[in-house]
Ligand binder design. Structure first.
Ligand code: UDX
Length: 449
C-alpha cells in the first residue's frame, strides 16, 4: 500500500507583535493535525521560539534590517523594503529544499507570493485582521484611483459616509500615519493581490462579520477561512511576547473592585503625542476611577521618561489608585473581574481580546485598520464608543466615567458579554470558527504542488 507522505508547510509570519502570535497559534494547531510546519522568521525582530514550539522547525532569513532602519525609513517604507530583500533569499532556499508542499504567508510579508508562483507552489494568505479591513483597503484604493479623495491629511476630516460601504465614513478608511499615500497604494496593491492564492485565512469569526466575510469571498473568488479568534480556537498555545510582561499588575488588580478599573494600552506600535499623554494622565486622575496604564518605553513622542507627568498623577499612582507598567499580560488583564473598560487604539488583536473577554472599549484609533476596527466596535457591535477630535482632560474624565460608571457603559458591557458568548460558541466543536479550521486542514491536505 502506498504510504501517504506528511504535508510540508512553510509559514511566513510578519515580524510584528500584532501579527506574529496569531500565526504561531495557527502553526501549532496545524502541526497538531499532522502537518509538518517550518516557520520562516526574519532577522529583524527575531525571537527564539524553539523552546515554546519544540515541534516546529524554524528558519531565519538574514535580511540585515534593524530597529533603527525601521525608525529612519518609517514603518511603511520599511515593510516595502523588507519584502524586496526577503524574496530572493526565500527563492534560493526553496530551490535548494524542494520538499515544501504549501506556503501560508502573512498579508504584509507578501514576498512568498512571487516565489510560490515561480515554483508552482500552492499558497494561502493569512490576514491577522478582519475581512472588513481587507475590503476597506480596496475601497480606499478604488476611491483614490478615481480621484475622489482629498489630500491624505484631509481624509481624517471627512464625515461623509462611503457609498455602498455601510457604516463607514471616508475618515474611517485605512490611511496610514507612517508614510505617503502614494507608497501606501503600492503596499495595499501587494497586500490585496489575492486571487492567485488558494485561499485567505482571517483571524476573525463569522459570528463577528459574516457579511464582510461573504463579500471578501465574492471579491477574491477564493475560499475564505474565518478561524479566529486564534487565541481562543487554540488556547493551549501561547506565543511569548516580544516584550517582557510585568505580571505584578495582576496583584494590583486583585485589590480593586469588580468592573471598576479602566485599562489603557495602545498596542505595540502606536505613538502618543506628549500633550495627549498629559491630558490623559490628568483625565484619569480626575475620573476618580482606578486605572492600569501600559506606557511602552519610547511610546510618548519626545519623552524618554514619565517625569513630565504632573505631581497629582504621580501622587495618585503612589496612593495606589493608578498603576503604570511598560507591558502587561493583556489577555489575563482583560479577563480579570476588576477590569470595567479598555481604552485602546483598536489594534485588531486588542479588539478580539476585549470582546472575547466581554469588556467594552473606548476607541482612539491612530492609523490603518484601527479606524475600521473602531467603527466596527462602535457602530456594528456597539460595544464601544470612539473619542474624536482634540483630546482634553475633561473629555478623558467623562469618557472613563461614561464607560465604567454610567448606564450606557453597563449596556455596552452587556452587549460585549453576549458577543463573548457567541465567540465561545464559535470556537467549540461544531461552531463556525472550529468548522472553518477543520475545512482549512482538509484543504491543505488535499493540495500539493
Ligand atoms: C498592529 C496594528 O497596529 C494593528 O492595527 C493591527 O490590527 C495588528 O498589527 P498593534 O498595534 O500592536 O498591532 O495592536 P494589536 O493588534 O492590538 O496587538 C497588540 C498585541 O499586544 C495584543 O495581542 C495584546 O494582547 C498585546 N499586548 C499589548 C500585550 O500583551 N501587553 C501590552 O501591554 C500591550
Amino acid at each position: 500500500m502506498e504510504e501517504i507522505r506528511q504535508r510540508r508547510l512553510l509559514m511566513v509570519p510578519a515580524p510584528f507583535e500584532g501579527h506574529f502570535p496569531s500565526m504561531m497559534n495557527l502553526a501549532s494547531y496545524l502541526f497538531s493535525q499532522g502537518i509538518s510546519v517550518t516557520v520562516v522568521q526574519t532577522q529583524f525582530n527575531f525571537k527564539d521560539l524553539s523552546a515554546s514550539f519544540p515541534d516546529l522547525n524554524f528558519f531565519t532569513i538574514k535580511d540585515g534590517m534593524s530597529e533603527s532602519d525601521m525608525k529612519s525609513l518609517g514603518l511603511l517604507e520599511f515593510i516595502l523594503r523588507l519584502n524586496s530583500i526577503c524574496e530572493p533569499i526565500l527563492k534560493e532556499l526553496l530551490i535548494i529544499n524542494d520538499d515544501v508542499d504549501f506556503i501560508i504567508y502573512d498579508e504584509f510579508v507578501y514576498f512568498p507570493r512571487g516565489v510560490a508562483e515561480d515554483l508552482h507552489l500552492p499558497n494561502m494568505i493569512f490576514s491577522p485582521s478582519s475581512a472588513a479591513t481587507s475590503i476597506s483597503r480596496c475601497v480606499l484604493m478604488d476611491n483614490q484611483s478615481k480621484g475622489l479623495l482629498p489630500p491624505q491629511e484631509a481624509i481624517s476630516q471627512l464625515e461623509e459616509m462611503v457609498p455602498e460601504f455601510h457604516p463607514f465614513r471616508f475618515k474611517d478608511l485605512p490611511v496610514t500615519a507612517y508614510g505617503s499615500m502614494e507608497r501606501l497604494m503600492i503596499l495595499y496593491e501587494n497586500v490585496s493581490n489575492r486571487s492567485p492564492s488558494s485561499g485567505i485565512i482571517h483571524n476573525s469569526s463569522n459570528c463577528l462579520e459574516s457579511s464582510f466575510i461573504s463579500t471578501a469571498q465574492e471579491n477574491w473568488r477564493v475560499p475564505v477561512y474565518p478561524v479566529g479568534p486564534l487565541h481562543m480556537t487554540n488556547p493551549a498555545t501561547s506565543c511569548p511576547s516580544l516584550f517582557d510582561e510585568e505580571r505584578n499588575c495582576l496583584e494590583w488588580l486583585e485589590k480593586q473592585e469588580t468592573n471598576s478599573v479602566i485599562y489603557i494600552s495602545m498596542g505595540s506600535l502606536a505613538m502618543t503625542q506628549e500633550i495627549e499623554a498629559l491630558e490623559m494622565a490628568i483625565g484619569f486622575v480626575e475620573s476618580n476611577q482606578p486605572f492600569l496604564w501600559v506606557i511602552r518605553p519610547g511610546s510618548i513622542i519626545g519623552q524618554e521618561s514619565l517625569d513630565f507627568l504632573p505631581e497629582q498623577f504621580r501622587q495618585t499612582v503612589t496612593d495606589g489608585r493608578g498603576f503604570v507598567v511598560q507591558w502587561a499580560p493583556q489577555k489575563e488583564v482583560l479577563r480579570h473581574r476588576a477590569v470595567g473598560g479598555f481604552w485602546n487604539h483598536c489594534g485588531w488583536n486588542s479588539c478580539l481580546e476585549s470582546i472575547s473577554s466581554g469588556v467594552p472599549m473606548i476607541c482612539m484609533p491612530y492609523s490603518g485598520d484601527q479606524k475600521v476596527n473602531a467603527r466596527l466596535m462602535s457602530h456594528v457591535w456597539q460595544t464601544a464608543f470612539e473619542i474624536e477630535g482634540k483630546l482634553e482632560r475633561g473629555i478623558v474624565e467623562r469618557a472613563v466615567r461614561r464607560l465604567t460608571v454610567d448606564h450606557e457603559g453597563v449596556e455596552m458591557r452587556m452587549r460585549a458579554i453576549r458577543l463573548k458568548e457567541e465567540i465561545e460558541a464559535s470556537v467549540r466543536i461544531g461552531g463556525s470558527s472550529r468548522s472553518s479550521l477543520n475545512s482549512l486542514v482538509d484543504r491543505i491536505m488535499s493540495l500539493t504542488s
